[in-house]
Design a protein around this ligand. Structure first.
Ligand code: GMT
Length: 371
């Protein structure tokens, strides 16, 4: 198949999923055309089946705001015309599904099929804004195929937007041949020279991630056992978090790593992953941690309970219940046999349920059914 993929290229899980999907489809012999305003972050190796088309943005003094939606639609039209795409796959509905709809109208092409994958905040947050809602609902309904990354997100889409169209749940995935635990004794020694336990959190430091809770959980753990905390990623809440770390006198034991591309290495050096989010439709970073044999403690929101198995691959607690999360952390970190069991279960669950090979085949079937 010839497949166009549009995503946010530089931030967030939806761009990662879209890029990894394109790479895996290319390996299976499909021709992939990424259409976006910048080169997707994880598109790092040459592949003869992968092409990248940059959306050019025209500016004009009259335009107070950049007009991305029509510019993207025009680029989609161009690529579809030249490359005869079969599928145009929009990741994150706003505004990608709208641009794809526009492109299809311009083309008047009965062959092209549009697939929209809903990722999370496009449905739970941004799409609910009155200034987006009617167009969002329309664009989703006009897609030929709609997928959501968890059962939770499918239900939310149906209730929030009263969508009648059928939605397939296709969970996120991880390449378990790449995301697997590596030998990292040098890194461990550098981070935790006295053999301290290493806790980790990876996110875009937005309000929904509740990074302050991560620090509060760590404080309670740190009071009871020698421990270090790694915070990877960056975003609007980082400054407040740096301040909190100072107020709690944790500076020596908390490291802000900033944005990182080599996550396997860092995860492999870690003992416990914390994801206490306010809202999380799937939690890709938690899946990547599980694949690297890191037990996960999460909040009970969204799609997280579809990923984390309470008492098997980690623990789940109510949003904001930092005491309980800290208790669970101490329980796992203080018991080597349990830690090993949870780490192995998490890895097995990632391999058996969420491996790239398995999930990409489901996307392939979805496309084939539409065509
Ligand atoms: O909100 C983010 O963290 C970014 C966002 C995105 O679309 O880039 O992430 C969402 O999509 C990811 C990939 O499907 C999911 O793993 C995240 O759970 C989801 N984020 C939220 O629902 C908050």
């Amino acid at each position: 198949m010839k497949i166009g993929i549009t995503c946010y290229p530089t931030y967030g899980g939806s761009g990662v999923v879209a890029t990894e999907l394109g790479k895996a489809l290319a390996k299976r012999g499909h021709q992939i055309h990424f259409i976006s305003y910048a080169m997707p972050m994880r598109l790092n190796n040459f592949d003869a089946n992968i092409f990248y088309h940059e959306v050019e943005m025209a500016s004009y003094p009259l335009f107070e705001f950049p007009l991305y939606t029509p510019a993207l639609a025009s680029k989609m039209v161009e690529v579809c015309r030249f490359e005869h795409l079969d599928i145009l796959h929009a990741h994150y509905a706003i505004p990608h599904a709208t641009s794809a709809y526009l492109a299809k109208q311009v083309l008047g092409d009965s062959h092209l099929r549009i697939v929209t994958t809903l990722h999370g905040t496009d449905i739970t947050l941004v799409g609910l804004e009155p200034s987006f809602l009617p167009v969002m609902k329309f664009s989703i309904e006009q897609s030929d195929g709609v997928t959501a990354v968890s059962r939770f997100l499918k239900e939310k889409t149906i209730t929030n937007y009263n969508i009648k169209k059928s939605i397939d749940v296709i969970p996120n995935f991880v390449d378990t041949k790449v995301f697997k635990r590596r030998e990292t004794s040098n890194l461990r020694n550098a981070i935790a020279p006295a053999g301290e336990k290493i806790l980790i959190h990876i996110s875009n430091f937005r309000m929904v991630k509740r990074v302050a809770d991560v620090i509060k959980i760590f404080k309670l753990v740190h009071d009871k056992m020698p421990a270090k905390l790694l915070l990877a990623g960056d975003g609007p809440d980082r400054s407040a978090c740096e301040l909190l770390v100072r107020e709690l006198d944790l500076v020596r034991d908390v490291t802000f790593l900033g944005k990182q591309s080599e996550l396997v290495e860092i995860l492999s050096a870690s003992d416990l992953f914390l994801i206490p989010s306010q809202s999380e439709s799937f939690g890709l970073s938690a899946l990547e941690a599980m694949a690297c044999g890191v037990p996960v403690i999460s909040s009970s929101v969204g799609g997280l309970p579809e990923l984390v198995v309470h008492g098997e691959t980690g623990y789940i607690a109510e949003i904001g219940d930092v005491e309980r999360m800290a208790k669970y952390a101490l329980d796992i970190l203080g018991n080597d046999a349990k830690h090993r069991r949870f780490a192995e279960s998490g890895r097995s669950r990632a391999v058996e349920e969420f491996d790239t090979e398995k999930i990409v085949a489901i996307y392939e079937e979805h496309y084939q059914r539409l065509l």
